[in-house]
Design a protein around this ligand. Structure first.
Ligand code: MCN
Length: 798
């Protein structure tokens, strides 16, 4: 455990690198803050949603007469009532030019395509009145065949999710390194290979399961609207809602107050945000909608859900020669904001940290009668990392090599950076060997391997296994020139502005919208160092389009790398402006001034001079400013990196498997991550812990399961097993530091790393424990039943 204690010194030399406790903690941890559902407005009405109990059906009649008469009900709207104005929810990532997008109504008009889809909305004087009336809406459904299995769905003649399309495939995306000029011919590589190992892997459907349920409040004031939402993307949401509903953008203010987690689950404009806005516009009254936990699990978008066919080619000495990946990626019933792009993003990460000479990736985005998928922590990269790190283990077994030796033989060496991969990405910096050595030491590898041997030899019913994941990921989303070529939505820049108030206090406005990541603290540290002001004198404002009009929000572990750099750039401009004023006030030349510790002084006379905070007051009070300089110290900056950032690390899991019960237990978990320059070690460690919890949850606990009729059978937290701290092991974490070259801070993102890396380490460990008993695959999550079945009946246990 490398938790860094907060130093005792009140004013340390440098803020960057200091393990500050988060400014936000008191209000977030106690819950005493403004969550959207806490909002109470005079005359506010409440919305409840009538949802489809069937997965696929034509709607033949919606009878709302009883609901309209119910006590406390103000209005009821069906899909037909809102058909003219509801538009279609946006999908901003056309993966191929011919991608099929069936359109996504916020409330169904003719047809429902997944259980939980909205069919009508009820507005009540109270939440209870609205919810009670849901039962009174009588909908006639003409049932249609339900499409759930992707392998069946892509067969010729399969039943269709959308009968106005010709197939269930939304798009067929191909990346071929041979054709792209980044690698050799893949088919040839496989034809020439001495060893080929193939696997069909299931990366199961997951539910983001954020703590704060989704909630929306809309307040109309004339033709102006203020919309509060528990969203990750207030800026993008405002643009999208304006486009979908026709409410002019300048008449719509979007506020994301404190948001209790998102994990990618709040990255997309939702039907409920559209509906709340439309109904508020119709009625001219404030409206609130807050989901129940069951609604959340059933209708907030899901993540992952891929069938992966992966082939790896190598020679007998263990040099990898080629990689071939084919994916079926479940889109669910509709395309949300970045649904189709997630597997395509993963395309660039399947080669991992290895020097493959040849690579081909193909993916079908497949419609099914399930809730749409979209981002979930890591989005595309955990799936890719799982596949490559699993197949590396299988190749090692085939070759009779140690799994780490095989990895070491093929990974990019420290001296080879920058390195352009077979997928065309340029990895800028790192040392995979260094991180691995450090992780092995943290784990106590040699002792555990010896224990594993002893247990095998003695036939102990509890076997021990060790699993690796030596990973990298692309984050810090990202260069607009790359994103712009992939999407019709926004680029990847971020914006910040800084203003020094007359008393020398500092306001920072950021376009990065945190929902638990601690930006207020980290940004204050950046500003304190760059302006030389006390950390406590900095206030960070965010999440309100009336305050921060420009921004691209928080996802893809982009905030520090892109948004933090915008803050640094704005700080540099502030210093430059203050320098002009200081030179004027000190009657010196700008070139003769030094700036250190927040003070301008004439070179050679340290200790004298003017503090930047004093200058702020001087310029406000005396209006004594040089010609051509405005009487304020403020600046705005945007930053758009040249490249993604590529954190990397080595995660090692030691796992006990009880061969009699199938019960698995993580004995030890060690990881060493390289996230470049660390601004706040405490936050970084927290992010790694949270990511590990979610990655381990995928390996061991979580799966969204549908029955044959398309009902979600894991619709409560009793069935969908989100682990608590008590279900997780102690984590031994550490860092190496190789600065990123794509931003001046030198930072790489950390928000998703733990989640991306951990899943394959856990599964590899479990398989390693029982491979000598004939198990070579285990289906996630590794429930005791599955592990037991794999041990006693063969296969992957599913
Ligand atoms: N940081 C740092 N030094 C680094 C990298 C990051 O000090 N080298 C700090 C940053 O200053 C920031 C935090 O770590 O305070 C996370 O930074 P970053 O990696 O830039 O990630 P983002 O802030 O962009 O957060 C997004 C990421 C994603 S994509 C998901 S999903 C996720 C995550 O963050 N969802 C979260 N972490 C979450 N944490 C909480 N509590 N809740 C969520 O919903």
């Amino acid at each position: 455990m490398t938790l860094v204690e907060e130093p005792a010194a009140a004013t340390p030399e440098k803020e960057i690198g200091r393990a500050r406790r988060r400014k936000e903690d008191a209000r977030l941890i106690t819950g005493r803050t403004t969550w959207t559902d806490n909002m109470v407005l005079p005359g506010m009405l409440h919305l409840a949603i009538v949802r489809s109990p069937v997965a696929h059906a034509r709607i033949t009649n919606v009878d709302v007469s009883a609901a309209q008469q119910a006590p406390g009900v103000i209005a009821v709207f069906t899909g037909a009532d809102l058909a003219e104005e509801q538009g279609s929810l946006p999908c901003a990532w056309p993966v191929t030019p011919d991608m099929v997008n069936p359109g996504h109504p916020s409330v169904a008009v003719d047809e429902v395509n997944h259980v939980g889809e909205a069919v009508a909305v009820i507005v009540g004087r109270s939440k209870v009145a609205a919810q009670d009336a849901v039962e009174l809406v009588d909908v006639d459904y003409d049932l249609l065949p339900v499409v759930l299995d992707m392998e069946e769905a892509v067969k010729d003649g399969a039943d269709l999710v959308h009968d106005h399309t010709s197939a269930n495939t939304s798009y067929h995306f191909v990346f071929d390194a041979g054709e792209a000029g980044t690698g050799a011919d893949t088919e040839q590589a496989f034809a020439d290979a001495e060893v080929v190992v193939s696997r069909r892997l299931i990366n199961q459907r997951l539910i983001p399961a954020f703590m704060e349920p989704r909630s929306v409040v809309v307040q109309p004031q004339g033709d102006n609207y203020t919309l509060w939402s528990a969203t990750q993307i207030p800026h993008i949401l405002r643009v999208m809602l304006a486009m979908v509903t026709g409410v002019p953008e300048h008449k719509l203010r979007v506020i994301a107050p404190d948001v209790g987690g998102g994990f990618g689950g709040k990255i997309t404009p939702t039907p409920e945000e559209v509906l709340t806005l439309l109904v508020a516009r119709r009625l001219g009254k404030p409206i609130k909608w807050t989901e129940t936990r069951s609604e959340s699990l059933m209708t907030a978008h899901h993540g992952r859900d891929q069938i992966q066919y992966i082939d790896i080619a190598a020679d007998r000495e263990g040099n990898v020669k080629g990689l071939r990946v084919r994916l079926l990626a479940d889109m669910g019933a509709y395309l949300r904001l970045i649904t189709p792009g997630i597997p395509a993003l993963g395309a660039f990460m399947f080669p991992g940290i290895y020097k493959f000479p040849a690579y081909r990736f193909e993916c079908d985005g497949v419609f099914t009668n399930k809730v749409p998928t979209d981002a979930y922590r890591g989005a595309g990269r955990p799936e890719a990392t799982f596949a490559i790190e699993r197949i590396m283990d299988e190749l090692a077994v085939e070759l009779g090599m140690d799994p780490l030796e095989l990895r070491r033989k093929n990974w990019i060496r420290a001296e080879e950076f920058p390195f352009t991969t077979v997928a065309g990405l340029q990895y800028d910096s790192g040392d995979y060997d260094g991180a691995t050595q450090a992780a092995l030491e943290l784990l106590g590898y040699d002792e555990l391997r010896a224990e594993q041997q002893r247990r095998r030899e003695s036939g102990d019913p509890v076997q021990l296994g060790i699993g690796f994941s030596t990973f990298t990921e692309m984050c810090g989303l990202a260069p607009s020139r790359v994103l712009g070529s992939l999407s019709f939505g926004a680029g990847g820049w971020e914006s910040a502005s800084i203003r020094m108030l007359p008393t020398g206090k500092v306001e920072v406005v950021t376009g990065s919208t945190p929902h638990g990541q601690g930006h207020e603290t980290a940004w204050s540290q950046l500003v304190a160092d760059h302006l030389g002001v006390p950390f406590e004198d900095v206030e960070v404002l965010h999440g309100d389009t009336a305050i921060s009009s420009k921004g691209l929000d928080t996802y893809g572990s982009r905030s520090l790398v892109v948004g933090g750099t915008a803050v640094v750039k704005a700080a540099e401009k502030v210093v430059a402006k203050a320098r002009k004023i200081a030179a004027h006030l000190l009657e010196a030349s700008e070139d003769d001034l030094e700036f250190s510790g927040g003070k301008f002084s004439v070179r050679g006379t340290p200790g004298t001079g003017l503090g930047i905070q004093e200058i702020a007051l001087a310029i406000f009070a005396a209006h004594n400013y040089p010609e051509g300089v405005e009487p304020s110290i403020d600046a705005e900056a945007t930053f758009d990196p040249e490249n993604f950032s590529f954190p990397h690390g080595t995660h090692i899991c030691a796992m006990e498997v009880d061969t009699e019960t199938g019960f698995v237990k993580i004995r030890k978990y060690a990881c060493v991550d390289d996230v470049g320059t660390i601004v706040n070690p405490l936050i970084v460690e927290g992010q790694v812990h949270g990511g590990l919890a979610q990655g381990i949850a995928q390996a061991l606990y979580e799966e969204a399961v549908y029955d044959a009729d398309g009902n979600l059978t894991t619709g409560t937290f009793v069935d969908y097993l989100v682990p608590s701290a008590a279900d997780l092991p102690h984590f031994d974490t550490g860092n190496t530091v190789h600065e990123a070259t794509s931003n001046p801070i030198g930072a790489k993102g950390v928000g998703e790393a733990g989640c991306i890396a951990s899943t394959p380490a856990v599964v590899n460990a479990a398989i390693d424990a029982v491979r000598h008993l004939g198990v070579s695959d285990l289906r996630m999550p590794l429930t005791p039943e599955r592990v037991w079945r794999a041990l006693h009946e063969g296969g992957d246990g599913a």
